[in-house]
Write a protein that binds this ligand. Structure first.
Ligand code: URA
Length: 222
């Protein structure tokens, strides 16, 4: 896990060959939807595992069949809310919840309009109560302009104040992180990699294309 020196609380995994191998497969245009979804599930699981290293723990006494010994409990793992940003975060959430199995899960649909405005439309919002001891994890694979996340964050904050807000994604663009950090300096970001830039259509470069289309196929317009 590597801390990005440009911002507080932004971490990526360019130093993890295994996570980079999964990311390489996701980037590859020849990777089909089945392998793409599996890759997202794997990334969710490994990033969640890395995230547990930043969580509060407490000592516990366990009794083995032979004697008592000291063990540990990752306390914060019991107090998690995962917000799944439809559609591409569905497989990422599936991976996250394998490690964070106690999580309560919220779902928000957010679709991004066309350039240059990139207006965000949120149609479906189901979010559980957020408690002061909670870590709220917002699962959104692509942090591009940051507009979706800012809208989701302002919505989620209406449901209660959490101990931590953590965005988990696959890729982020520097512009998106900058915008989020300006408004929400305390929000942490955990992504496989921070890419170079956005193109004029708001896609991350080198990126992996449209994560939702790659995972589930391109929708048609009626
Ligand atoms: N959303 C995507 O799916 N891909 C991008 O590159 C940017 C936003």
């Amino acid at each position: 896990m590597k801390r990005d020196k440009r911002w507080e609380g932004v971490y990526s995994f360019e130093d993890s060959p295994f996570i980079m191998e999964i990311l390489s497969e996701l980037r590859n245009e020849r990777t089909g939807p089945i392998a793409f979804r599996k890759g997202l599930v794997k990334l969710g699981r490994y990033i969640a595992y890395e995230l547990t290293k930043t969580m509060a723990t407490e000592k516990v006494i366990v009794k083995t069949p032979l004697e008592e010994t000291e063990g540990i409990l990752v306390k914060d793992r019991r107090n998690i809310v995962i917000i799944t940003v439809l559609r591409a975060a569905i497989p990422l959430m599936e991976g996250l919840i394998k490690v964070l199995e106690h999580a309560r899960v919220g779902v928000i649909s957010a679709s991004r309009g066309k350039a240059p405005k990139f207006e965000i439309e949120m149609k479906y919002v189901k979010v559980p109560q957020v408690r002061p001891e909670d870590t709220v994890i917002i699962a959104d694979p692509m942090i591009a302009t940051g507009s979706t996340l800012m809208k989701v964050l302002s919505e989620v904050k209406r449901y209660g104040k959490a101990k931590r807000y953590v965005v988990v994604g696959v890729l982020a663009a520097p512009d998106g992180i900058r915008r989020i950090k300006e408004i929400y300096p305390d929000v942490e970001v955990f992504v496989a990699a921070v890419d170079r830039e956005l193109n004029e259509k708001g896609y991350i470069l080198p990126g992996l294309g449209d994560a939702g289309d790659r995972a589930f196929g391109a929708p048609i317009k009626l």
